[in-house]
Structure formats: structure tokens, C-alpha cells
Design a protein around this ligand. Structure first.
Ligand code: NAD
Ligand code: MG
Length: 400
């Protein structure tokens, strides 16, 4: 076994962050928690630092730094405190950190995740939005730094497990890969008819049948935008041509994704729907460690169903395919508009079915470009947010 690895968890207070700390705590001889970050909730961050022995606590909302210091002191935790989004860049650069769990939600995670890749760290990628908006940049950076990006998103981790070890060097086609098949549970509204979808509440949207997740990804799962983002994520993670990627609805969430090969073989990765499995896989790869997840008992589950997605009731999936094919800044625009729309829905400002319309209108209004630099991507992101916010407020300030 290798020497103990120093871990930083970005987004430690979230669903993925906490599952990561749960797995790490099972293997104190393998992993040291060096640094933890959160955007807010300083009390929770302090408790996690105390429980896991972190040496650095970063709160990206700088206004809460003093509350964090006080909370750490009351727990007798000696962790140092840093604050603000720039402190996340220093956190991933710590010499004692060799593995970074990227588990911030949304485009806010791009900066530190990209920096970790630039520094040649092992990046455990949960923050799909970072890859969606900046896939080509990650390619360039990884080629220079030699960073390892191990997918944590369950579908991509499944594909990673079902692909040959040297797929990145040889390419998918030369590895005999025909198609990447992403499974989707279909979310809480899989069987809800179109009329009823108009009136669903944030609480219903966040009540996922199989997975316990943060609010943003839960709404994305309900609109199927999550699967759309994952299609784009797969395109960049595996350097897959856009027309190689399929989506199939699989309500039980047992098969996490599949690789279809030229000889007719289809390799699937299966397991109970618990993110600790892909997290443990990514942490230990190429070894295997206990994740705390029970083994799969297929006779108990009995039946596995698969059917095609309904793009009429779930237009977000089609919009994401369109943005992927358009390339350039389209994915950044799609993602930014979606982040604004989801938050507006969670805050009660727009109905559920307004989410796809808002994303589509923002995509149509956006100035398309080839966006090869971080600055261009962030400009497309900012423009899309301005337009989408204006649309939420009902007055298009952009065009006056
Ligand atoms: P979450 O909402 O539970 O947690 C998000 C974390 O990010 C929190 O620690 C929060 O403090 C931090 N954060 C939020 N806004 C921030 C900002 N502006 N700057 C810095 N930090 C910020 O989210 P989650 O469900 O854990 O998801 C995290 C990421 O992992 C998302 O990109 C999601 O798509 C992806 N993911 C999650 C799951 C899951 O099961 N939860 C599965 C696959 C992929
Ligand atoms: Mg997923």
C-alpha cells in the first residue's frame, strides 16, 4: 500500500463532501484530511474540521470568517482559517494536499478545480458543471500537468470502470468502444403527465426516489438537465464524439452506466445507489477499499427496467444535446442559465416548467463563440446569468 494521501475536500458540508469524509474516516491509515471548504454554514464546517483533524478551514463567503474562527475555538480545533474565493486556490495548492475532492456545486467550483488540475494533483471530480463549461480547457491543462481526473459522478465513474485502463492514451474508437450509454433514473416525475408537471413544488422536485443529494442537482434530476449536463461531462471526460453518447432511463438506479463495444459486448457497472461507492473507487483507484456500502443482492431487486427518455416532457435533455453539438461557449451558457433558473424555481419565483424555457431563450439570445480561454468562458457565463436573471424578473434589461 502507498503512503497516506493528503486530501482536501472542496464543498465539505455538502452531500458529496460528507459522503467523502464518511469513506475517509473508515481508512485513517490511508488518508489525512488536510483542508475543508464550505461557502456558508461555518458551524458545520468547524464541526467537520474538528471531527476529521483538518489543518485548514476555508469559508468562501468572507463575511462568515469570524463566526468560523469562534466556532473552531469553541471546539478547541486548531485549524487555521482562510476566507474568500481566492483562498480556495491556495487550499488546493497546499504542498501536503495530493488529492482534491471537487464537490462544490455549480460553476463556482471551476476556479479551484482547474487550479488543482494545473498543479498536477489527483482530482476527484464530482463538480460536473466545471467539466461541462470548460472541458477543452481541462484537456489542455491535464496534458501539460499530468493531473489525474477520476470521475465521481456515478455514471462517469461507472464508465471509467467499464473502459479499458489505457482508453485515454488509445482513444475510444481504437479501444473498440461503440457507444457510451448513460443511465438515468428519470427523477421524481418520471411518470408525471405534462399537465401535472406545471404545478410541482420545490419540495416535490427535491424528493428524489433513489438518491439523497443537494437541492440543485435534485432539481436538475427532476428536469433531466442533470443527465444533459452529464452527457456533456462524458463528452469531455472520455473525449467522446457527441454522437457516441446515449441516454437510457433505468428507474432502479442499479446499473450506473454501460460501455458498448464493437464485438457486441456491453459492460455495465452495478451497485446500490450510494455515492460512497464511486467516491471510494475514485479515492483508492486503482486499488479497492471498503466504502461502507452493502453488496448488491440482485434476486431481492428482481427486475431491472430500461426505456428511452421522453424529450417532450423533459426538454432540458434535448437542450443539452444541442449545446454539446454547438460547442464553444454554448455549454457555459446552458449551464449558467440553468443555475439561475433552478435557484429561481427553488426560491418560488418561477414554475418548474419555466426552467427549460428560460434556458432555451438564453441560449437563443447568446452570442455564440469558440471560447477557448477561461476569460471567454467566464464572459459567456456572466452574460447568460445577466440575461436569465432579467428574464426571471420579467423585464429584459439586456435588450433595452
Ligand atoms: P450540496 O449543495 O449538497 O453541497 C454543495 C457544497 O458546495 C457545499 O459544501 C457548499 O457550501 C459549497 N458551495 C456552494 N456554493 C458555493 C460557492 N459559491 N463557492 C464555494 N462553495 C460553494 O451539493 P452536492 O449534492 O454535494 O453536489 C456537489 C457537486 O457534486 C455538484 O456539482 C453535483 O452535480 C455533483 N454530484 C452530486 C451528487 C450527489 O449525489 N449529491 C452525485 C453526482 C454529482
Ligand atoms: Mg450522476
Amino acid at each position: 500500500m502507498t503512503a497516506s494521501r493528503g486530501i482536501a475536500v472542496l464543498g465539505a458540508t455538502g452531500s458529496i463532501g460528507r459522503s467523502t469524509l464518511d469513506v475517509i474516516a473508515r481508512h485513517p491509515e490511508r488518508y489525512r484530511v488536510e483542508a475543508l471548504s464550505a461557502h456558508s454554514r461555518p458551524g458545520e464546517l468547524a464541526e467537520l474540521c474538528a471531527a476529521h483533524g483538518a489543518r485548514l478551514a476555508v469559508i468562501s463567503d468572507s463575511g462568515q470568517a469570524q463566526t468560523l474562527r469562534d466556532a473552531l475555538q469553541s471546539l478547541n480545533c486548531p485549524a487555521e482559517v482562510a476566507a474568500g474565493p481566492e483562498a480556495l486556490l491556495d487550499l488546493v495548492a497546499m504542498e501536503t494536499v495530493d488529492t482534491v475532492m471537487a464537490a462544490i456545486v455549480g460553476a463556482a467550483g471551476l476556479g479551484p478545480t482547474l487550479r488543482a488540475a494545473e498543479l498536477g494533483k489527483r482530482v476527484l471530480l464530482a463538480n460536473k458543471e466545471a467539466m461541462v463549461i470548460a472541458g477543452p480547457l481541462f484537456h489542455r491543462v491535464v496534458a501539460q500537468s499530468g493531473a489525474e481526473i477520476i470521475p465521481v459522478d456515478s455514471e462517469h465513474n461507472a464508465l471509467f470502470q467499464a473502459l479499458p485502463a489505457d482508453f485515454a492514451r488509445r482513444g475510444l474508437a481504437a479501444s473498440g468502444v461503440r457507444r457510451l450509454i448513460l443511465t438515468a433514473s428519470g427523477g421524481p416525475f418520471l411518470d408525471t403527465d405534462a399537465d401535472a408537471l406545471a404545478g410541482v413544488t420545490p419540495e416535490q422536485a427535491c424528493n428524489h426516489p433513489n438518491w439523497d443529494m443537494g437541492k440543485k442537482i435534485s432539481v436538475d434530476s427532476a428536469t433531466l438537465m442533470n443527465k444533459g449536463l452529464e452527457v456533456i461531462e462524458a463528452r469531455w471526460l472520455f473525449d467522446a464524439a457527441p454522437d457516441m453518447i446515449d441516454v437510457v432511463i433505468h428507474p432502479q438506479s442499479i446499473v450506473h452506466s454501460m460501455v458498448s463495444y464493437a464485438d457486441g459486448s456491453v459492460l455495465a457497472q452495478m451497485g446500490l445507489p450510494d455515492m460512497r461507492t464511486p467516491i471510494a473507487h475514485a479515492l483508492a483507484w486503482p486499488e479497492r477499499i471498503d466504502s461502507g456500502v452493502a453488496s448488491l443482492d440482485l434476486p431481492t431487486i428482481g427486475t431491472l427496467d430500461f426505456h428511452p427518455p421522453d424529450l417532450n416532457r423533459f426538454p432540458c435533455l434535448a437542450l443539452a444535446f444541442d449545446a454539446m453539438r454547438a460547442g464553444g461557449s454554448a455549454a457555459a451558457t446552458l449551464n449558467a442559465a440553468n443555475e439561475i433558473a433552478v435557484q429561481a424555481f427553488l426560491d418560488g419565483h418561477i414554475p418548474f416548467m419555466a426552467i427549460p424555457g428560460l434556458v432555451e431563450d438564453t441560449l437563443e439570445a447568446a452570442a455564440w463563440n469558440h471560447a477557448t480561454s477561461l476569460e471567454e468562458i467566464m464572459r459567456a457565463d456572466a452574460e447568460a446569468r445577466t440575461r436569465a436573471r432579467a428574464a426571471v424578473q420579467g423585464k429584459d434589461k439586456v435588450n433595452v
